[in-house]
Design a protein around this ligand. Structure first.
Ligand code: PLP
Length: 488
């Protein structure tokens, strides 16, 4: 491609992206497709000679895009949103063009400098010390793993790098987290070799928040039995219901036993920006380490997650290892970001975070987060007024858990309570399948103490009140239809 061809195709691609966003409300959020059919539509051997780009582009829009779930759709409400704002989309393009690797200061000084700047901004937004060590990583799961690796080395009073974690006299390490914590904590335990048996799931209270008294009891019991606490992982914005553990009291327990507190604020952390929530949210600064996820809440396209650690040098103590071929000169106050995680080659993630924050501004981002909070509040009010629906779990965040509980089932005197629950669970699961298959919305689910719930997360940058209203009407319509004529 010469530069002229590049620009011609570049304009086509940008124009098609524009069309895609302009028409996004008209396309189904997701279309159920037969996996074999989907694979055969794109199956081919690699071409021997280069193909015309026009054909490649046409195939992308015709054969690939329709088989995707449209995460940028305003009616995408599953999991947690990762909506791409347009400045973020353009930043990804420029990032690919520059193609720099920010593993060392000397491999891309301005990329590292910019990463340190956006980390400081993100720390300030989340209420975490701005001088904390930090880096951008690929998702909160890996951030949790890296933080727990540093916590492990802190917990062991011998040189883990030299000796490993095992050997005669090595203590068995335990991680404490609530019964609501994300599975990435378990995966971290698997990866670090502590094992699932040593992840202690502390019960949560009636609002799904970790019980600090039971945490304290569990640590005391384990210390008496000879276990060594590795860390406590608290969550701010749990995956199922958007609960926040009481950080101040959890931190007191951790301080009492000298245990590292890691805060998984992947979802909730950056909601501190929203004026309607700021005063009610937990103080993240009590965490020894914290993860927040701009890809979930700040309209930055996948992937970008920030890990912070306010124990100076702790991440580097675990991960710094410099072979001869990576030695470099350090003139002045520089940072090699490869020292803070196991990853060597690293993309220029900071650029898209920088562009998004600069183009929206702090107030612009805050207003959008507030708007999502308000949409969720209005939806909860609508649901609460409906006799056949409930919102079984409260959340400060714009995550609404809904359960269809029609009187025809709940007031049927012939059914036991257990049977009512079974029927209602199955009914809600069928509603989810049906609404997702309809293409009008895409939701996910959770199983709470009340049973199976539909989980509707609001946070897409394009979602407005009318979108949520439409999804709510559709859910209610499908629920009534499913009750009258079950789809089996
Ligand atoms: N922590 C929490 C609380 C989450 O909800 C999630 C994902 O939804 C994760 C961690 C993992 O995030 P990621 O997909 O960025 O690895």
């Amino acid at each position: 491609w010469d530069p002229e061809i590049f620009e011609k195709h570049g304009r086509e691609v940008i124009s098609q992206i524009r069309g895609h966003f302009e028409k996004i409300r008209d396309v189904p959020v997701a279309v159920p497709r037969d996996p074999a059919e989907l694979k055969s539509a794109v199956a081919a051997d690699p071409p021997e000679t280069g193909e015309l780009f026009e054909r490649v582009l046409a195939d992308t829009w015709e054969k690939v895009v329709p088989g995707l779930v449209q995460w940028n759709h305003p009616s995408f409400h599953a999991y947690f949103p990762t909506s791409a704002s347009l400045p973020g989309v353009l930043a990804e393009t420029l990032t690919a063009a520059l193609n720099v690797n920010s593993m060392l200061w000397q491999t891309s000084p301005a990329a590292t400098a910019l990463e340190l700047v956006v980390l400081r901004w993100l720390a300030a937004m989340a209420g975490y010390p701005q001088d904390a060590d930090g880096l951008l990583v690929t998702g909160a799961s890996l951030a949790n793993l890296y933080a727990l690796a540093a916590a492990r080395d802190h917990a062991l009073d011998f040189d883990v790098r030299e000796r490993g974690t095992g050997g005669p006299g090595a203590p068995t390490l335990r991680i404490y987290t609530s019964d609501q914590a994300h599975s990435s904590v378990d995966k971290a335990a698997i990866t670090l070799g502590t094992g699932l048996a040593n992840v202690v799931r502390v019960p949560s209270d009636e609002q799904y928040r970790m019980r600090p008294d039971l945490l304290d009891e569990a640590i005391r019991r384990d210390l008496a039995a000879g276990f060594r606490p590795l860390a406590v992982v608290a969550t701010v914005g749990t995956t199922a219901v958007g609960a926040a553990d009481p950080l101040e009291r959890v931190a007191e327990v951790c301080a009492g036993h000298g245990v590292w507190l890691h805060v998984d604020a992947a979802y909730g952390g950056l909601y501190r920006l929203a004026p309607s929530l700021a005063s009610t949210l937990e103080d993240l600064s009590v965490g020894d380490s914290v993860v927040v996820n701009p890809q979930k809440t700040l309209f930055v396209p996948l992937d970008s997650t920030a890990l912070f650690c306010r124990r100076p040098g702790a991440l580097a103590r675990t991960f710094r290892l410099v072979p001869e071929y990576l030695t470099s000169a350090h003139d002045g106050d520089t940072t090699d970001l490869m020292d803070l995680s196991p990853q060597l080659g690293r993309g220029f993630r900071a650029l898209k975070v920088w562009w998004v924050i600069r183009t929206f501004g702090r107030a612009g981002l805050a207003a959008r987060l507030d708007a999502s909070v308000a949409l969720a509040r209005r939806l909860r009010e609508r649901v609460d007024r409906h006799p056949d629906w409930t919102c079984p779990a409260p959340s400060a965040y714009p995550l609404v858990c809904l359960r269809y509980t029609p009187e025809a089932v709940t007031a049927d005197p012939r059914l036991s309570e257990g049977r009512k629950r079974e029927i209602t669970d199955a009914l809600n699961a069928r509603i989810l399948r049906r609404v997702n298959a309809s293409g009008t919305a895409f939701l996910s689910h959770a199983v709470l103490r009340d049973g199976y719930v539909l989980r509707l997360s609001i946070g897409n940058i394009r979602t407005v009140g009318e979108d949520v209203e439409r999804v709510w009407r559709e859910l209610d319509r499908i629920a009534a239809a499913e009750l009258a004529e079950p789809t089996g």
